[in-house]
Write a protein that binds this ligand. Sequence first.
Ligand code: GDP
Ligand code: GDP
Length: 455
Amino acid sequence: EDDAALLGEFYGEEFEQVERKPAPVLAIIGRPNVGKSTLVNRILGRREAVVEDVPGVTRDRVMYPAEWNGKRFTLVDTGGWEHDAKGIHASVAAQAEVAVEFSDAVLFVVDTTVGATSTDELVMKMLRKAKKPVILVANKVDDFVQEAEAAALWGLGFGEPWPVSAVHGRGVADLLDHAMKVLPEFSAVDATERSGGPRRIALIGRPNVGKSSLLNKLAGAERVVVNELAGTTRDPVDEFIELGGETWKFIDTAGIRRRQHMAHGSEYYASLRTQAALERSEVAVILLAVDETLSEQDVRIIQLAIESGRAMVLAFNKWDLLDEDRRRYLEREIEQDLAHVEWAPRVNISAKTGWHKDKLVPALDLALENWDRRIPTGKLNAFLGELVAAHPHPVRGGKQPRILFATQASSRPPKFVLFTTGFLDPGYRRFITRRLRETFDFRGTPIEVSMRVRE
Ligand code: GDP
Ligand code: GDP
């Protein structure tokens, strides 16, 4: 766009198109109580209150976008999962798996006031097998006196321990400087092809909604799900499946098929898998089971998908089990609890019988087409000009913010920037977003409308 390019010159890098290559992933692991959550909060710049350990509370999010000295990375927080782990060894094993599967480098946190325990040694052994770069963090070094104790951790065999105090922030900047050197520029665990290849789908949903059944139906053959043991090769992680004359890449089918492989921290695991799969996909098919009430977990998964900015299709599965009563109730649920995603195409299917499985591809195509959509700047501004003329922003305290200009800064998903003379009311922004959706076809994609206020 010529005028977008002009604006780019005028407003600087705000308009630079950044290719979305996956940021490198840094995982924080360690025994309970060594200070992982405190360190995560310190790195993310969150308030201490978030650390609060409420038993039974599972965190939805385990991967966080983070930045240090201008370098973007993804932080994987393993601090929240010990609650549902029965034994420390299970938890340790699971963390080692995270280190292997989902990260490019690992911060291994040890409590300096306690020293290296036998559990720490076990973690260390597993990490060594993982062959990922490991940075040994000697936490709770609140003052200079404790630094001597940190030095004792050299014995773990990961080289120099980095003394930090997650609580006070001491040493954290140095640690992060070092971590940024260790992390690759882009994630290697997340080798997402940019374009040209088959489109990438993530099948997500809570346990038992029918993900593996659907996968089997789509792949055309029932497969035996073998209960894989730790250490067995489980490649390939993804699978190519032909649907509607096109080849699609299904992300992390190994994760879908490997059911309940780990009872401990399984909710944490499910969430991590979901986020990692979303990260690597272009479109998410969210499965919901119609024979059961929509659960909080379903809603959380939908939220993760929205936040990931991926195209989205809702698949209502187990339609064969739907009776009249449940059907009426389902309609109410959709109206009440899924109103915020009424833009997502809905398909009703039965993974068991294969009923309507051919409805999936048209919905996916629609969602992806809109996810890719670019509205020419001229057309966008003509639309906004008319809209604003007919429905001006309300006057607030004698002032009336005006929209000077708008442009679509990026697609996948579509993001719009409005240049205004003052802050727009949230309600007015929602109104514009809604009208954008109505006027241009954005079914199946989240869209974002932001403002740049120029006084
Ligand atoms: P996690 O279980 O590994 O996530 O550990 P938490 O972050 O919940 O911390 C466990 C306890 O150690 C909490 O009481 C923290 O306040 C405390 N803690 C964490 N980091 C430090 C630190 O750097 N110094 C001191 N003295 N205490 C810390
Ligand atoms: P996943 O945990 O999401 O992978 O779910 P599964 O594919 O393992 O399915 C969980 C259970 O639901 C299994 O017993 C399936 O046979 C059953 N199931 C899956 N899809 C359907 C469906 O469309 N109709 C019916 N009646 N049962 C289904």
